[in-house]
Design a protein around this ligand. Structure first.
Ligand SMILES: [Zn+2]
Length: 286
């Protein structure tokens, strides 16, 4: 059982989706990060083992900063234990009280420093909830790990895995059940809804480039991934539940939009097509 309210879950899912949407978009072109980094107002700095946090004097977020930093560190240490290897990373995290510039919604954002342990993560702390903040920052930090440690170059796989890890950490920290089968149950409805709405099945999504996955309209500065994050997150959760986290980590190594099926069949003890069929059946797609 997941022992917290539907509102809380919904609220978290909206945040996570918005985060993921902007995060993915900005893997390609992080114009908002750049404008913030070039801002000349000074930042205060809080450095921990795996992150450097930047924040402005007098901002609301300052009161919760130590908790956010502690939870982010705990997130990395939890992930490191979960996957069984030591993680080194050091992205810069820019924290703000509310959205500004061209974005009106709360969101997080990442600009990878290609194939390094660095990167720039931007996060607007509108919801004033330090555990949500840490889970969202962890989602973005997973993208740094996927780039540096796995050389992963497949948006659907990257987002599905980062979303799964972020949600699992959130449940783990709340102290309730965080078994993969419970997370699977939670995601089934949105995954099925997404597929029925035409958002695509994993085989189709895994072939898409970053802008295509997000249905990015560069001219309008707009994007709409529908329920594609939930579809991939549900598929990843199913794989972790059936074949273990190590297989799913190994599938990410050097995986692109062209070799994802071969890499799946090499690293996961199952056939991709069969597995996708079984997953579709498990979420109620007939
Ligand atoms: Zn993401």
């Amino acid at each position: 059982m997941l022992n917290f309210s539907d509102n809380r879950k919904l609220s978290f899912r909206i945040w996570r989706t918005v985060c993921a949407l902007f995060g993915t978009f900005c893997l390609m072109n992080c114009f908002s990060c750049s404008s913030m980094v070039l801002d000349t107002q000074p930042f205060n700095v809080l450095e921990t083992s795996h992150f450097t946090f930047f924040y402005r004097d007098g901002c609301e977020i300052e009161k919760d900063l130590k908790k956010i930093a502690k939870y982010c560190e705990n997130g990395i240490s939890w992930f490191s234990t979960y996957v069984g290897f030591k993680i080194e990373l050091k992205p810069d995290i820019y924290l703000f009280d509310e959205p500004s510039g061209s974005f009106k919604e709360p969101f997080s954002d990442i600009n990878l420093d290609s194939h390094s342990i660095n990167g720039t993560i931007l996060y607007y702390y509108v919801e004033q909830d330090y555990l949500t903040a840490a889970s969202i920052i962890l989602h973005e930090a997973i993208h740094v790990i996927q780039d540096f440690y796995f050389s992963l170059d497949n948006t659907a796989l990257a987002e599905g895995f980062a979303s799964f890890i972020s949600l699992k950490f959130y449940y783990y920290y709340l102290g309730g059940s965080y078994a993969d089968k419970d997370i699977s149950e939670l995601l089934k409805v949105s995954a099925l809804q997404g597929i029925l709405a035409g958002d695509g099945i994993p085989e189709e999504l895994l072939k898409l480039s970053l802008p295509d996955f997000n249905r990015t309209n560069v001219l309008e500065g707009d994007r709409n991934a529908g329920l594609r994050y939930e579809i991939m997150e549900s598929f990843i959760t199913y794989l972790v539940e059936k074949y273990g986290i190590k297989s799913v980590i190994d599938w990410q190594r050097n995986t692109t939009v062209s070799n994802f099926k071969n890499n799946f069949n090499k690293n996961i003890p199952a056939d991709f097509d069969e597995c996708q069929k079984k997953w579709l059946f498990s979420i109620g797609y007939r």
